[in-house]
Each structure stands twice: as C-alpha cells, then as structure tokens.
Design a protein around this ligand. Structure first.
Ligand code: NAD
Length: 253
C-alpha cells in the first residue's frame, strides 16, 4: 500500500519509536494522527509533521474507540496503525525487598498486551469500512514487540511476558483479519536510542550499543519508521514478527 494520501494512527507517537515512525510516514505523504497520554509531547510532534493529536490512553476501551472514530470520520477513511505506545519494567522475581510486586507485573501486561489488543480491535473495526485498493487491501496494523520476547534478561520477567503476548497474538489476529484485507505484522526491536533508554547513564548506553554486532550502535527511531513504512508498502508481509536488531542476541544480564 502506497502511503501517499493515506491516514495512519501512530500510538506513542509523542516519543521514541513512535515519533520516528510518525516523521517517516508524514514525509512519505501520509496523514498521521498521534495517540499518546503525554499531551505536550504528542502535540509537539503532531505540529511538527502537520498531523493531528488525540490524547488517548491505549488501555482504555472508550478512549481508543472514540479517538479512532474521530480520526476515521475526519479523514473519511483509516488505513491502519503503527502501535508504539508501551512501557518498560525492571524487577527481579526475587528482589532485595521481596518477590516481584504483582501490581508492577499487572501494569506492564495492561499497557503492553491489553493496550495492544485494544488498539488492534478498534482500528480493525474502522479499517473494515475503508474502500479496498485494487489488490483487495484495506489496511495494515503494525505492533511493537521486543527482542525481550525471545531473550528476556534478568529483571525482565514482566516485560518479556508482555512482549511474548504481542508476538503470540500476531498470527491469530492476522488470520482473523485476512478476510477484510487487513495485514498484521509485529516489529521486535533490539536496543534503540529513545527516551525509554535515555534513563540510563551515557556510559551504559554506549556499552549497550557496542554489544550490537553490526552496526555497533543503538538503533535510531527513524530506522524503526523505515521498517514500518516498508511493511505497509510490501503487500506480501503478513502474520510475521520481524526482528530489527543489528543481529544482537541479548545475554542473561
Ligand atoms: N527503545 C528500545 O530500545 C525498545 C526496544 C524494544 C522494544 N521497544 C518497545 O517500543 C515501544 C516504544 O518504546 P520507546 O522506546 O519509543 O519508548 P518511549 O517511552 O520513548 O515512548 C513510548 C510512548 O508511549 C506513550 N505511552 C505509554 N503508555 C501509554 C498509554 N497507556 N497510552 C498511550 N500512550 C502511552 C508514552 O507517553 C510515550 O510517548 C514500546 O512498546 C517498547 O517496549 C523499545
């Protein structure tokens, strides 16, 4: 699907990978609507790319339903989503202060798994009404997993479980939405230079980058956006999880 003139939602578009995808999609001629809980950051990126911002919490069914409907109505039709809203988490199963806090585990699942599914459901409902192109294609849903789904590190039980959920729903959702001409693909990024990683000291970030076989550096949000763009443009990609990681395989710690 050509991006020119199409309408895409980018969740988590106020920061990091989402902001990178929003910029790449806008440059390719797409109209971009940013959904984020961070109002100032989301508005700033939306203004920069001449797009729209809707304050939306991806874990809230009514919020996402109303925001998706508003975008689809204003644009006339919706062609998909690049779903980047997500949260990190670090805690050991047996930590210094006792077992892993269950509310912390639940929160990561709530945002990363339930939030992803919520966005998929409402976007699919809106894209179903889009006029198909000559190939019968109506739209594309791109979700964001992580290499932690495959090589979760010590302290990542909750985060890895959440990204495993994103990986596992990719094929069944793609199978279900195939009759509507909607493709579903997940990207599993390695280590990217975003505010999520920015909490680490500069030394730790460059040491992480040096662990990447090639190129030996952190990924740039724009490179995530480039893959998301290719996924939308290549009609044969479907039901797959694509690693974007410079060949890194994470060690236990
Ligand atoms: N940065 C990395 O190295 C990396 C690696 C693998 C996977 N990922 C995944 O990529 C995604 C984006 O990460 P990032 O590094 O860009 O993080 P980030 O913190 O820079 O951006 C995440 C954005 O999501 C928004 N958000 C969080 N919870 C939300 C909610 N409930 N509703 C709406 N918006 C919400 C935040 O406000 C923020 O703008 C996440 O799912 C993350 O797990 C990141």
């Amino acid at each position: 699907m050509d991006l020119q003139g199409k309408t895409f939602i980018v969740t988590g578009g106020g920061s990091g990978l989402g902001a990178g995808a929003a910029r790449v999609f806008a440059e390719a001629g797409a109209h971009v609507a940013i959904f984020d809980v961070n109002e100032s950051a989301g508005r700033q990126v939306a203004e920069e790319i001449n797009g729209h911002f809707v304050r939306t919490d991806v874990t809230d069914s009514d919020d996402v339903k109303n925001a998706v409907a508003a975008v689809a109505t204003a644009a006339g039709s919706l062609h998909g989503v690049i779903h980047c809203a997500g949260v990190g988490s670090a805690a050991k199963v047996l930590g210094k202060n006792g077992p892993h806090p269950l509310d912390q585990f639940a929160r990561v699942i709530q945002v990363n798994v339930i939030g992803t599914f919520n966005v998929i459901c409402w976007v699919a409902a809106a894209v179903r009404d889009t006029e198909p192109n000559a190939d019968g294609e109506r739209g594309v849903i791109v979700t964001t997993a992580s290499v932690a789904a495959f090589e979760g590190q010590i302290g990542q039980a909750a985060y890895a479980a959440s990204k495993g959920g994103v990986v596992s729903m990719t094929l069944p959702v793609a199978r279900e939405l195939a009759p509507y001409g909607i493709r579903v693909i997940s990207v599993a990024p390695g280590i990217f230079d975003t505010p999520m990683l920015g909490q680490l000291p500069a030394e730790a970030r460059s040491s992480l980058g040096a662990q990447v076989p090639f190129p030996p550096r952190l990924g740039q949000p724009r490179e995530y956006g480039m893959l998301a763009r290719h996924i939308v443009e290549n009609p044969m990609l479907n039901g797959e999880v694509i690693r974007l990681d410079g060949a890194i395989r994470m060690a236990p710690r």
